[in-house]
Ligand binder design. Structure first.
Ligand code: SAH
Length: 225
């Protein structure tokens, strides 16, 4: 990343980390450092610095959202990405969460439904010098079997239930973090695959845009990728 362009909003980023993340119990040093480095204003419409560091999800193109920083941090922390790990992300959106993952994992594979979001996301990451991300446009609800198994799978849109193909593509010892349930009462789940099966816990209650596609919500599949 080019340091001169990144330092511009360092004070806002440091404040976001203190007040929105550390104060609410996010403690993983790697996650905090990654979020200290990714310039969120690059991912927000119009590059608005004030909006970029708000404690909120924000609207982006195609009726989608960029997730709230706190949710990005909690999801990343629960995923526990390590430097050798292969991570699959469903729902690239702006690429903000993708960039955070790419600083922590070995290789990131990311799938986005809308080309109109995917292309600028890929351009942003290239401009930041991030090279360990492979992009694909299409239905991510069925995963990406060619590169499986994954040490981590992160889904940034709410699913009716944990998609079977994603469970199958998780390595033993791997973690999947995803929002599940009807839009008004979603749970952010952490599912760990063990030699014996799958263990599941609820991280928090949340609200995401709906997952489309074969394993997503039927009425959310209205527009083609
Ligand atoms: N992590 C993103 C948040 C994106 S919102 C960010 O920080 O910007 C969720 C994204 O999931 C949307 O861009 C939406 O288009 C995408 N999505 C929904 N269903 C999908 C599917 N089946 N396959 C791939 N992407 C999907």
């Amino acid at each position: 990343m080019d340091p001169s362009r990144l330092n511009a909003c360092q004070a806002q980023r440091d404040q976001m980390i203190r007040t929105q993340l550390v104060a609410r119990g996010v403690g993983a040093p790697g996650v905090l450092e990654a979020m200290r480095r990714v310039p969120r204003e690059w991912f927000v419409a119009g590059g608005s610095v004030e909006r970029a560091y708000e404690d909120a999800a924000l609207p982006v193109d195609c009726g989608q959202t960029i997730s709230q920083p706190y949710i990005v941090a909690r999801m990343t922390e629960a995923l526990e990405p390590g430097p050798q790990d292969r991570v699959l992300e469903i729902g690239t959106g702006t690429g903000y969460q993708t960039a955070v993952l790419a600083l922590l994992a070995g290789q990131v594979y990311t799938i986005e439904w809308y080309a109109k979001l995917l292309v600028p996301a890929a351009e942003r990451l290239a401009a930041l010098g991030i090279r360990n991300v492979t992009f694909r446009c299409g239905d991510g609800s069925e995963g990406w079997p060619e590169h499986a198994p994954y040490d981590g799978i992160l889904v940034t849109a709410g699913a009716p239930r944990p998609p079977l193909p994603l469970l199958e593509q998780l390595a033993v010892g791997g973690r999947m973090v995803l929002p599940v349930g009807p839009p008004e009462e979603e749970s952010l789940l952490v599912i760990r695959r063990t030699a014996a099966g799958y263990e599941q816990r609820e991280l928090l209650r949340c609200r995401f845009v709906p997952l489309r596609g074969r394993e997503g919500w039927p009425d959310a599949s209205m527009t083609d990728p």
